[in-house]
Design a protein around this ligand. Sequence first.
Ligand SMILES: [Zn+2]
Length: 245
Amino acid sequence: MSWPEAKEYFSKNDIAIIPVGSNEQHGPQNPLGTDHFIAKAIAEEAAKRAGVVCLQVIPFGVSAHHRHFWGTISISSGTLKNYVKEVCLALGDYGVRKIVIVNGHGGNLNALDELARELREKGIFVSVFQWWTAAKNLLPDFFKPEERQHASAEETSVNLALYPHLVDMSKAVDETTSKHPMEGAGLFLPLETADYSLSGVWGKSTTASAEKGRKVFETVVDELVRHINKLRNAKTGELSSKSKV
Ligand SMILES: [Zn+2]
C-alpha cells in the first residue's frame, strides 16, 4: 500500500488488523517462526475476506520460558506491550478506533491484555483473537487434549497446511511431559519448558496432517471474519470505556 492508498483507506475505515507472534522453539519438526507465521496467515486471509487492512506481522514475543532451546528470540513483556501499543497509537493518528490483534503466542496475552485496557481509555478498542482457543471452542472433539498443546498435532497440522516446506514430519515426536517435584494444588511456579520437555513438544505431534490443519484454518478464519464484521459495525458508544456509575 502506498501512502495515497493508505489515505484513501483510513479516510473511509476506522478498523485495522495486526498479527503478533513469537520466534521460539516448536519441537524438532516445526520452524522457530511457527507462531508468527500462523498469526500472519490467519490475519491476512481474514482481512482479505472482510475487506480490511492487515499490518505487517510483529514477529517477536514473550518467550523467555523457551530460551533453553536454541534460536528462541524473546523480548520482555514490557517491550512487547509498548511496541504494540505505539503501533496502535500510530494507527489512531489516522482515525483508527478498532483494532484486532491476531495473537499467535499465548505468552503474549498478558502484555496484549494490558495494552488493550489502556487503549480503551484512550478511545481505541482492541480485541485479541487467539486461533487455538477459537479452534478448541468450535472444534472441541477434533483433537485429543494431548494433541492441543505446544508444538503438538494441532499446531503442527496448521503449519503443514500453510507451510508444508517448513515442516519435517520425519522429526516429529510424541513426548509425555514430566512433572516437576514442586508441583501441587493451588501453586504457580516459575517453571520453564526445559523443566518439562526434552524435545520441546508437549504431547502428541505425530498425528498431525495438512488436512486437519486446513479444517482448523478455515474454521478459525471464518470466526475471525465474523468478529471483524461485528466490530466494524459496532457503534463507538458500545465500545468506549464506561463512565462512573
Ligand atoms: Zn506456538
